[in-house]
Design a protein around this ligand. Structure first.
Ligand code: PEP
Ligand code: MG
Length: 777
């Protein structure tokens, strides 16, 4: 007979869905679970809906009964009204729970999936708060200080079993065990028979993973209470369920909604999960531990919120609730008066280092998760992150989310490819990898990945082969050899169109290597020299000499050709430690690009001076990012002129005059070109941002990859309008220009200057030349 059903009634659809996802991780698909959450169409608005609640109860209609958990206030009222609409016989089988929404639902779900009757399921839900109270009291037991049994353990309080899972005790079963333990009021712990002196609280994921339990180990579980036997049975069931990867699952399907490749290319080699990504945090103290505790709590909540947008990391996110990690951090804040960031960094570093020493590769992989989470919390605490991954020997990286600051340093000779558990096609990290020619796959969520020793990957199709056997590998390599490799030299910069006009292909670069490729492939000029990547990993503002030197190196290969350097585009996903922009609810709509530069005029002026000096022997133009109104351009021109006067007064050689242009990334610019025609010397369409702002589609959100498409008619219409309304030269330098599906549409919009990653030049040149010759015929 089907067990008790659970209905979640919430004001928020996302809250109910996230709670259901948490529950499903532990109970699996068998539990009868439904949601009645949100109001309005598809529950998109906050509120509860009586009829939706009624319909959900009727649909569940479990003979064993239904328990309803409600989040707050009017959810209860709506549910009571819905009960009045039910038939008498159905109403008798429904009970409302006063338990806390998330913990109560989890406890109830566990009991229901264990076959408990309705009254017991309700009791479990009601105990939800007790569990948290108990947990706070008992979790001071850490890995170092296992809870000593108050009395000698009786046979009823202990169960031994052998671990049969080839992966040992890894994250998923440990998480399920932690949930089971958290749902009880009595403390429970586990230990390995081979190290009986080390015990871990069963509520702590990290402590359990730290036991390094492997296949074949005898595991001792201990607890007391009337439900001890039920606890042991449930735990035994969790541990008996094998979770080794299914070999039939070897090829991971590509998840991104938009096919065609994040960064194309084939790679094969050892898989490396990078270690040292945790920022080095100075050991600062703060006597106000209450304030530090509040900052820590706020950072945790911020990261929990970020992670809740990533269903793939739900299991890893549990690490953030780990009572041992949290308690140890709070202890260091309160007792040692450490500031929040160093306290957290120390605890994570130590816990991750312990995991590094474990034998199980899957658990070892969790150390990377832990560092990654550690890093997110540090970022939320305002610490700039460390960003160098250097594999030592060529390898393919498996990362949890490639940050632009990390992507920046990847050396294609060392990093053969990158597989990202998250990521987004339009991210700055993807742009950097495209520039460096490093194949990149995003949204790879197969848990088996982290235990592979070597992989082959196809960045075009998104396919991944785990530990490919020699025959498969040979076939893949043969196939790869038939693909066209990047030519050494070429003349891919100019195309004559059938209407007599000339189409120019320019290059987007951020490094001297890319500028060199642009030169070799005959780019007409540099249409976008991104400068922010030079600053991303700097803790302090680089001085004028350093900036001049860095820019000169990038410009050198393009001597004699036009170069458009873009002023610093900081903010949003490219925060800079030395440019504190404050906490913004919507950084992409906040002080970014030119807005940030005008807020820090000294930093802006310093960069302009470095540009003018570096460009003294080049055809230099300067471009401003994220412009909205002509007034901003006027102000920027004033600062540029001042930079020139300063250099002149100091007798410093520099380029003058220079053209000053704007990026069209904000729809307002496209719609009001008139205001810029007299002020700007040129315009370059930043289709990456123009797309995100036109379609209200966050370019860094992988779930919106399909929506954020520059080929959307609204974006194309804006491009057409800019090409038509502008009285000054127009180019486009967003990724769309190098996309074979979109580039022809841009030409049709009237654009004649396309600037793209240098490696895209041969393909786009061939495509557009063929198209032009067809139009001739
Ligand atoms: C753009 O927005 O299209 C652009 C080129 O700028 P970035 O991608 O650096 O934001
Ligand atoms: Mg942009």
């Amino acid at each position: 007979m089907p067990g008790v059903a659970i209905l979640l009634v919430s004001h928020s659809r996302s809250l109910a869905e996230a709670t259901a996802a948490l529950i499903r991780q532990v109970t699996g698909a068998d539990l009868r679970l439904a949601l009645a959450a949100g109001s309005g169409e598809e529950g998109a608005e906050l509120g509860t809906d009586v009829l939706a609640i009624q319909a959900a109860i009727e649909a569940l209609d479990s003979p064993a009964g239904t328990l309803i958990l409600m989040d707050m206030g009017s959810a209860l009222l709506s549910t009571e009204m819905a009960l009045n609409l039910l038939t008498d016989s159905l109403r008798e089988r429904v009970q409302l729970s006063s338990g806390p929404f998330v913990e109560g639902a989890m406890a109830a779900a566990l009991a229901a999936s264990g076959g408990a009757p309705l009254s017991a399921v309700r009791q479990e839900a009601e105990n939800g708060l007790g569990m948290k109270q108990q947990q706070l009291a008992s979790d001071r037991n850490s890995l170092e200080q296992p809870p000593p049994p108050a009395t000698p353990v009786t046979p009823e309080q202990q169960r031994r079993l052998r671990l049969s899972d080839p992966a040992g005790l890894h994250l998923r079963p440990a998480a399920a065990l932690a949930k089971l333990a958290l749902a009880r009021t009595t403390p429970s712990r586990i230990r390995a028979a081979r190290h009986p002196e080390q015990a871990a609280s069963a509520t702590s994921l990290t402590a359990m993973l730290g036991l390094d339990l492997r296949q074949g180990d005898e595991l001792i579980m201990e607890t007391s209470g009337a439900d001890a036997a039920a606890f042991f049975d449930a735990a035994a069931q969790i541990l008996a369920t094998p979770s080794a990867p299914n070999p039939a699952d070897q090829i991971v399907p590509r998840v991104p909604s938009r096919p065609g490749g994040t960064v194309a290319g084939f790679a094969q080699g050892p898989l490396l999960i990078p270690k040292a990504l945790l920022a080095r945090v100075p050991e600062t103290h703060d006597p106000d531990s209450t304030k530090s505790l509040q900052q820590f709590q706020a950072a945790l909540e911020k990261v929990q919120q970020q992670l809740s947008n990533h269903p793939i990391v739900a299991a890893q996110a549990l690490l953030l609730q780990d009572p041992v990690l949290l308690e140890q951090t709070r202890k260091r804040i309160q007792e040692d008066h450490l500031a929040a960031a160093p306290a957290w960094a120390q605890v994570i570093t130590e816990a991750a280092a312990r995991m590094d020493t474990l034998s199980d590769p899957i658990v070892r992989a969790r150390a990377a998760d832990l560092r990654d989470l550690g890093q997110r919390v540090l970022q939320a605490l305002g610490i700039a992150v460390e960003s160098t991954i250097s594999p030592g020997a060529p390898a393919i990286l498996l990362v949890d989310e490639l940050l632009p600051s990390v992507a920046l340093h990847l050396d294609p000779r060392q990093v053969l490819g990158v597989i990202d558990r998250h990521g987004s096609t339009h991210s700055h990290a993807a742009i950097l990898l495209r520039g460096a020619g490093i194949p990149y796959i995003i949204n790879a969520d197969n848990p088996a990945l982290s235990s592979a020793r070597s992989v082959a990957m196809d960045g075009t199709t998104g396919e991944i082969w785990l530990d490919p056997d020699p025959v498969t590998l040979k076939k893949l390599l043969e196939h790869d050899a038939t693909r066209c490799a990047l030519p050494e030299q070429g003349d891919y910069g100019q195309i004559s169109l059938s209407d007599g006009s000339r189409l120019e292909l320019w290059a987007n670069v951020a490094s001297a290597a890319e500028a060199d490729t642009a030169r070799r492939l005959g780019a007409t000029g540099i249409g976008l020299l991104r400068t922010e990547f030079f600053f991303l990993d700097q803790q302090t503002l680089p001085d004028e000499e350093n900036q001049t030197r860095a820019l000169s190196q990038i410009m050198a290969p393009m001597q004699g050709r036009p170069i458009i350097v873009r002023a610093l585009d900081a903010g949003a996903d490219k925060p800079l430690g030395f440019m504190p922009l404050g906490d913004e609810a919507n950084p992409a709509l906040g002080r970014r690009g030119l807005r940030a530069l005008l807020a820090f005029p000294d930093i802006f002026a310093l960069q302009l001076r470095a540009m003018l000096r570096a460009g003294r022997n080049h055809q230099l133009s300067i471009m401003l990012p994220m412009v909205t109104n002509p007034e901003e351009l006027r102000e920027a021109r004033g600062i540029l002129e001042q930079a020139h006067h300063t250099l002149e007064a100091a007798g410093q050689a520099h380029r003058w005059p220079v053209s000053l242009g704007i990026m069209a990334e904000v729809p307002a610019v496209a719609l009001c070109m008139d205001g810029f025609n007299e002020l700007a010397d040129f315009v370059s369409i930043g289709s990456n941002d123009l797309t995100q702002y036109t379609l209200a589609s966050d370019r860094s959100n992988p779930l919106l990859d399909a929506l954020g498409n520059a080929a959307h008619p609204a974006v194309l219409e804006l491009c057409r309008k800019i090409a038509r309304d502008s009285l000054v030269p127009v180019s486009i330098c967003g990724e769309a220009a190098g996309d074979p599906d979109i580039a022809p549409l841009l030409v049709d919009c009237g654009l004649r200057r396309l600037s793209m990653a240098p490696r895209r030049l041969p393909e786009i040149f061939t495509l557009l030349s063929q198209r032009s010759s067809h139009t001739h015929e």
